[in-house]
Write a protein that binds this ligand. Sequence first.
Ligand code: ATP
Length: 264
Amino acid sequence: ADHSYSRWGARVWVREKEQLVPATVNSCGDGTLVLTTDYGECTFKQKVTREKVYAMHPSSIDGVEDMSALAELHDAAIMHNLYQRYQKDNIYTNIGSILAAVNPYKQIAGMYDMERVHLYSKHQFGELPPHIFAVANECYRCIWKRHDSQCVLISGESGAGKTESTKLLLQFLSVMSQNSAGTPLAEKSTRVEQAIVQSSPIMEAFGNAKTVYNNNSSRFGKFIQLHFSECGNIQGGCVIDCILSLTALLDFSHLPTFMNDLCS
Ligand SMILES: Nc1ncnc2c1ncn2[C@@H]1O[C@H](COP(=O)(O)OP(=O)(O)OP(=O)(O)O)[C@@H](O)[C@H]1O
């Protein structure tokens, strides 16, 4: 039998109403444990059975950068890993080639500065901690590696950080473009990239509005296309708006009147 949890301070999973909750052992004896759960900090006695309490795997205790390395693959382990990382301001976590981002709702110092852009531009995907710039860099490199168009799909609930992530991708790609061999010297301080990055606030002025979920909520989806030359600089691009689902349409009461008119 696995008794690795019967000691003070051991990390365990406790089953509570069909859900697994991370907890720490306070004391043990007579086949019962006194536990403190992480969320809500409630302390209670548990009769030890394999179904109710089991030891947490080291990969869940320490946390992992790539969730495909988690030994325990249940909802609770995934949420716990994201939460542990988020507490240390590590808002990005890989799941193989997928990137999960947790919205920090605050500026994290140095997270997106130019140094970080350059750092990620010089490393392969997986060499550095998970980051939106690692995805952007992989995307840029793969145009040549795979000789094909690349696509980043960003999804998540309202307020999850899709719009901000899109802007960070564009920011990274525009720096790569400016630094590429294909950019003529005269255009190093450049029009196309600037236009692409600066188009975001204009799009937001027309298409965003405050909702209960997000002060700057996009009211339409966007398909953004960038065209790269063989030398790696951005030559142009386009933004195609697509209307959101019916549920989003019902939410149009938040829009300014002129947008309501447009939508109807
Ligand atoms: N990486 C980040 N760092 C700091 N703050 C962020 C980050 N991502 C998002 N935010 C904050 O969260 C807010 C909501 O994010 P964002 O508008 O990107 O969400 P969204 O997923 O596009 O929402 P919607 O679907 O409603 O348009 C932003 O206005 C910003 O304040």
